[in-house]
Write a protein that binds this ligand. Structure first.
Ligand code: ATP
Ligand code: MG
Length: 441
């Protein structure tokens, strides 16, 4: 059966009164409550909506709080001094409290499907800026569990799409016909994978089946938007599992075609171990509340490509540092055409790569100075990952670990015993590290 038949358009909503659900105002941010109450007092409808309602019902802490209202953006602005209107495609009100942002969106209606001007030939939505009522707004949302509205006027939950039942059953289901909804906005395919992993939900076959057929549509998405999505995919705390799922659904290669080629290439097992180790490392840091940068992940995703390109340059007679620099230019410019990683990050990626050979050389004279480099730590962490994944750089990695941990006297001893150049002259074949259990195949 098709999902479109399960959810009749314009049905009556199911209302869960306050005693029938577990959302307590205790867990809603004070600022979100302030916005909701002020809209309500001014005579507007005001609902908490989207991921915050979903997460609160699941007993999780929401990332952010989004509000939906029948007040027009200009009317919202009149109510809040700390409010800015943003967006060209559709106007949203951003109400800023310190570093917490509450997004207030006016109810919108889906475009009439016969209005060809708002769609591309492939069915992608270009504009959806027609205001509507709550029972219009609900149908343009993506998944049933993301389309629940918490009404501040009586603390009830309004559910048009069976979202509460799906939530309880651990089911991720698109509203409407999945094929149509993916064509309207192919990013929903990424969101499907991300939410399934994040929420630990079962992959609803009707929702996931069309992805294999439609994933190529992701290639038309603006690279800047894909960068935002990439951060959500890989910096959400479950990057490793999300990566596995993206590959399983065949969408990873639409995001990172170079990496995908490397994964399929002769060093594919190494590439998989390196990326997996980078993602495990990122997930761990996030769980410990430590900072992460997409530059590090990019360094891992593209390392094999940059190394291959550098080797090719060297074979063509380009001297080593330039060979690496040129390779980095080529590889990064190809990848940012797909995912627009800002330059402030790609610059860090380049530095991590450029420092690799210098860390391996570790001449006695330069070692202490290398440690002063702003990217030393990231480059050292990356060297450790390479060693862990089976690159023959274990000796250098261990040397730096001892050097960093040593006091001045031991450092001097280490420096005296250091050969001037321990870089392997030829490329050695990689071996799978002993005891490694993460490698596939
Ligand atoms: P999280 O913030 O935890 O990643 P979220 O569900 O809040 O998840 P947001 O990207 O913050 O996701 O979007 C808020 C809400 O807006 C969603 O819950 C959904 O209702 C709607 N929405 C967002 N993106 C889309 C989309 N591409 N298509 C349809 N609806 C969307
Ligand atoms: Mg959100």
């Amino acid at each position: 059966m098709n999902t479109a038949e399960i959810i009749p358009l314009k049905s009556r909503p199911r209302i869960y009164a306050r005693p029938d659900h577990a959302i307590s105002r205790k867990f809603i941010s004070e600022n979100a409550l302030k916005v909701l109450y002020r809209l309500d007092k001014a005579g507007f409808k005001a609902f908490l909506v989207g991921g915050s309602v979903r997460d609160l019902l699941l007993g999780r802490a929401p990332n952010d709080f989004d509000v939906a209202t029948d007040a027009l953006p200009e009317q919202v602005r009149e109510l809040f001094r700390n409010c800015r209107l943003i967006g060209r495609r559709f106007r949203l009100a951003h109400v800023q409290f310190g570093n917490e942002l509450i997004e207030v969106a006016t109810f919108r209606a889906a475009h009439d499907e016969t209005d060809g001007a708002a769609m591309t030939d492939a069915g992608r939505i270009l504009r959806d800026n027609v205001y509507g009522s709550l029972d219009d707004d609900v149908w343009r949302r993506d998944f049933t569990v993301n389309a629940l509205y918490y009404d501040i006027s009586d603390f009830s939950i309004v559910d048009y799409v069976g979202g509460v039942e799906d939530l309880n059953a651990g089911r991720l289901r698109l509203i409407g016909d999945p094929e149509v909804r993916y064509r309207e906005d192919p990013v929903r395919m990424l969101r499907a994978v991300r939410f399934a992993i994040k929420l630990g939900f079962e992959l609803d076959a009707v929702t996931f089946a069309p992805i294999a057929r439609l994933r190529h549509l992701l290639e038309d998405i603006a690279p800047a938007r894909l960068f935002d999505e990439m951060l959500k995919l890989f910096h959400g705390g479950m990057g490793r599992k999300t990566f596995d799922a993206l590959r399983a659904h065949g969408v990873f290669r639409c995001l990172c075609p170079l990496t995908d080629a490397a994964l399929e290439g002769q060093d594919g097992e190494f590439v998989l171990r390196l990326i997996t180790a980078a993602l495990d490392n990122t997930d761990l840091r996030i769980s410990e509340g430590r900072p992460v940068t997409p530059a590090f992940l990019f360094a891992a995703l593209l390392w094999q490509n940059v190394e291959d390109a550098a080797q090719a340059n060297i074979a063509n007679g380009v001297p080593h540092p330039e060979a690496m620099q040129l390779a980095a230019d080529t590889v990064i410019s190809k990848q940012v055409a797909r995912i627009a990683m800002p330059r402030r990050f790609t610059n860090v990626t380049r530095e991590i790569w450029a420092l690799q050979s210098r860390l391996i050389k570790r001449t006695a004279k330069r070692a202490p100075r290398l440690m002063e480099y702003p990217r030393f730590r990231a480059a050292y962490d990356f060297l450790l990952l390479r060693a862990q994944a089976g690159d023959p750089v274990g000796e250098a990695a261990e040397w730096w670990t001892s050097f960093i941990g040593a006091d001045d006297t031991s450092r001097l001893q280490l420096l005296e015993s250091t050969a001037t150049d321990s870089r392997p002259k030829r490329r050695r074949r990689r071996r799978r590290p002993a005891g490694d259990t993460q490698a596939s195949g």
